[in-house]
Ligand binder design. Structure first.
Ligand code: HSE
Length: 306
């Protein structure tokens, strides 16, 4: 095996009430990546898109993740990674995580699956830190494990994979950039006990609703009293998108990761497509370009392709 090609999916982190712990993977969009072993003990980044991302490995999320992996095995070789990004950086749908996770999953295949998925999440978090300034796993975990995940603890790392019923996701990506590192600086350093109680009750209810396939409970649990009120002001038409989507039959939703993307969950594909129309009509009244994706939840995560 001289090279491995993967499709690394976009992800939605936080899932409204689960800041920094809940996330799920999408079927589309995906980044395309090819990883090769090279003789020199370096990581070489080859960007095949127009995003002008850093090529110094320690400043590139895929590069930093691969360096972390090479250090763990004291390798006498290196990796080259070719990246074609389709997930725009700063979109809030896990662009940096897709690069970091795709790189380590592909590299691990070249190393005959030497590392577990949990270990790969650790390496990918070292990449994620380059983009967001923090090691958080709520995007890289679903990208690597697929489906819905809950990061119970970072130290020691504990990732719980969750069962979930059929769910369809509509995501609007307004073409404005919000840097995760900036969006994290806006967050309150402290929260009241009252808000904390409401928040963790909703996380428990959401996990239970997902496991039982109880759509009404899922819908009731999609509330966020801590992060959404602070961050939504950065996203034009946020409240209108949310209110109209709920009227249109969506179960609920909110800011995807640190924004600006907004996601809504629906029980059926028909409703998800109806929500796409609702979102389109609202954003067509603005001068902001946007993309809308309708996707299933991707149970596989990073996928090997020929
Ligand atoms: N949980 C992170 C945040 C996700 O909201 O800052 C960033 O994609």
């Amino acid at each position: 095996m001289s090279e491995i090609r993967v499709l690394s999916p976009a992800t939605v982190a936080n899932v409204v009430c689960g800041f920094d712990c809940l996330g799920f993977a999408l079927s589309a969009p995906c980044d395309e990546m090819i990883v090769r072993i090279i003789e020199r003990k370096i990581v070489r980044i080859v960007n095949r898109d127009d995003f002008n991302l850093p090529t110094k490995p320690e400043k590139n999320v895929a590069g930093a993740a691969l360096l972390s992996m090479l250090r763990a095995i004291d390798a006498d070789f290196g990796f080259e990674v070719e990246i074609t990004k389709h997930i725009k950086p700063g979109s809030g749908i896990g662009s940096s995580s897709a690069s970091a996770a795709g790189a380590v999953v592909a590299a691990n295949k070249l190393l005959n699956e030497r590392f577990s998925r949990l270990e790969l999440v650790e390496f990918a978090m070292d990449g994620e830190k380059v983009a967001s300034g923090d090691r958080h796993a709520d995007n890289v975990a679903p990208c690597i494990f697929g489906g819905f995940t809950l990061v119970r603890s970072l130290n020691p790392l504990d990732v719980v994979t969750l069962d979930f019923p059929p769910l369809f996701v509509t995501i609007i990506h307004p073409q404005i950039e919000i840097k995760t590192s900036e969006a994290r600086k806006m967050l309150p350093a402290q929260v009241s006990l009252k808000d904390a109680i409401r928040q963790w009750s909703n996380v428990g209810a959401l996990v239970s609703g997902l496991q039982k396939g109880d759509y009404e409970l899922i819908s009731r649990a999609l509330e966020d009293f801590i992060v959404e009120p602070v961050r939504k002001i950065l996203i034009p038409k946020f409240d209108e998108i949310k209110n109209e989507s709920l009227k249109g039959g969506a179960l609920g939703g909110g800011i995807s990761g640190s924004g600006p993307s907004i996601f809504m969950l629906s029980e059926t594909l028909e409703t998800a497509q109806k929500i796409e129309k609702v979102m389109r009509e609202i954003y067509e009244q603005t001068t902001i370009d946007f993309n809308i994706y309708v996707s299933e939840i991707n149970s596989e995560g990073v996928k090997f392709v020929n």
